[in-house]
Design a protein around this ligand. Structure first.
Ligand code: ATP
Length: 239
């Protein structure tokens, strides 16, 4: 498998607190990888390092054959890495369309690109097209999550980093969003997804990595992990 993303010995620390320790991780071109683990395991910190929001204190990040370690977020977006953070941080007073246009800011001058990308996004999220001029803050929680993902797609990323897209949403909405994530992946975007809902994440992902206290403790194809007693006991038993 050619790795689109290859992370070697990534270490992330906040002062004296080491959040991620010597993590090796790869995401193949067109692959979906789930990052699982309890609260505080270092999942969000991993995504923040990959999108340039925190500077790793150690290790190397290679993307599409290039060393991108320590690059700032805008440079990483330009190379095709987009982070959709937890908590669907849409701009509430702005309309759906304005939020989407902000996501496409890197190609803002190219109107044709923007139009094409909007059409692509509306095909994936028809509900957003119906609410184009509605303030984002008045959308339902599920629609705001869809908008957050759609905004991320506006720069046509090669790798989408998703943090807890199911957070606080009803099961039927989660199903809808996960179906759309599969469709996004089907159109060629690789996905690294952090999820508390391990069952849904393992059903979606090709492979999964389990973190505990900042370190990788398990890794493998999703089907194998979904029946691994260590994963079942810790993450699936009560689901
Ligand atoms: P959660 O699901 O709760 O978000 P997580 O697996 O994403 O957990 P992180 O948020 O990456 O874990 O946190 C890993 C560790 O780093 C935790 O011990 C956390 O307290 C610590 N941490 C995270 N952000 C900061 C920060 N800005 N300053 C100091 N410590 C932090």
């Amino acid at each position: 498998m050619t790795a689109l993303l290859r992370v070697e010995s990534l270490t992330v620390a906040y002062g004296p607190v080491t959040a991620v320790r010597a993590l090796d991780l790869a995401v193949g071109d067109g692959e979906i990888v789930a990052l699982l683990g309890a609260n505080g395991a270092g999942k969000t910190s991993t995504l923040r390092a990959l999108s340039g929001l925190v500077r790793p204190v150690g290790g190397r990040i290679r993307f599409a054959g290039e060393d991108v370690t320590g690059l700032p977020p805008d440079a990483l977006v330009g190379r095709g890495i987009v982070h959709v953070p937890e908590g669907r941080q849409v701009f509430g007073p702005l309309s759906v369309l304005e939020n989407l246009e902000l996501g496409g800011f890197t190609q803002r001058k190219d109107r044709a690109f923007l139009r094409e990308t909007l059409a692509f996004v509306f095909e994936l999220f028809p509900r957003l097209k119906e609410r184009l001029h509605q303030p984002a803050g008045t959308l339902s929680g599920g629609e705001q999550q869809m908008l957050a993902i759609a905004r991320g797609l506006m720069s046509r990323p090669r790798l989408l980093l998703l943090d807890e897209p199911s957070m606080g949403l009803a099961p039927i909405v989660v199903q809808d969003i996960f179906r759309t994530l599969r469709a996004i992946n089907g159109r060629g975007t690789a996905i690294l997804i952090v999820e508390q809902n391990a069952k849904a994440a393992l059903a979606l992902a090709h492979r999964a990595v389990v973190l505990e206290l900042g370190e990788k403790v398990l890794e493998g194809p999703s089907e194998a992990l979904a029946s691994d007693p260590r994963v079942v006991d810790a993450y699936l038993a009560q689901a």
